[in-house]
Design a protein. Structure first.
Length: 249
């Protein structure tokens, strides 16, 4: 009984940590299991977060993989996946010179409209896939055909529920998340790049929750609905505790 309760408590703690995030890569694995804070520090989310050798995903050059993720607090917008062969410096989507908010509201604000797939000549990163629709929780990308030992995969969410899109380093319109990568010809074969590929892909599958929350609070986000994943575990925990009390009588 004690072992079961301990396992449930560990699961609750893990889910609570992820619930603090807004987006979270599940494959390739993110730099940490939970991304606390707002994840708005360019280029990879939390400030001063460094490469962790224990969490590096080794893949083959040119491999096609299925990237999976969670959206733990919902925002309207889209996603982008980029690759940096050396380090973790990436650009951000450029403003679009006064285009109206894509939500069709009266809020105007220079929101990006161009698809930026390809090489970013300013920093050498490669946008592998851009304008991934909101509500998507996985997509396939093909990695560059090169070997590298200090490469990074960046996953971002561009939001369109803010009053005005900005492109400075402290942009309030983008959430950042990164996975550390090594590309090597000696790496094992990647998982099949089909639905649910990757060791943690189940967490980012079509049944994964989006966490709810309207995200319209200036300077922060609502986590309303984020506890949905905790409900079943809480029920199981309650049942086990009740059974233990009855057995003790």
């Amino acid at each position: 009984m004690r072992t079961i309760l301990t396992g449930i408590l560990v699961s609750l703690a893990t889910l609570a940590g992820v619930a603090d995030a807004h987006i979270h890569l599940t494959y390739p694995q993110a730099r940490t299991d939970s991304q606390t804070g707002d994840q708005k520090d360019q280029h990879c989310g939390v400030a001063n977060q460094v490469r962790n050798p224990a969490r590096v995903t080794e893949l083959r050059p040119g491999a096609t993989i299925t990237v999976t993720w969670l959206e733990t607090i919902n925002h309207p917008g889209w996603y982008r996946i980029a690759f940096q062969p050396n380090g973790q410096i990436f650009g951000i989507p450029p403003a679009s010179n006064g285009q109206a908010n894509p939500l069709g509201t009266l809020i105007a604000g220079n929101f990006p409209t161009a698809n930026q797939e390809g090489v970013d000549n300013d920093n050498g990163s490669i946008v592998l896939k851009d304008r991934i629709p909101d509500g998507t929780l996985s997509t396939q990308v093909t990695l560059p055909s090169m070997e590298c030992t200090n490469c990074t995969l960046q996953f971002i969410q561009v939001m369109i529920d803010k009053p005005d899109y900005t492109t400075d380093a402290a942009s309030d319109d983008i959430y950042f998340n990164c996975a550390d990568i090594t590309l090597s010809n000696a790496a094992p074969m990647a998982p099949d790049a089909g639905p649910g590929a990757g060791p943690d892909a189940g967490a980012g599958g079509p049944d994964a929750g989006t966490g709810g929350g309207d995200g319209n609070v200036s300077g922060g986000c609502s986590a309303t609905g984020g506890g949905g994943a905790l409900g079943p575990i809480a029920l199981v925990l309650g049942a086990l505790l009740l059974r233990r009390r009855r057995a003790a009588r």
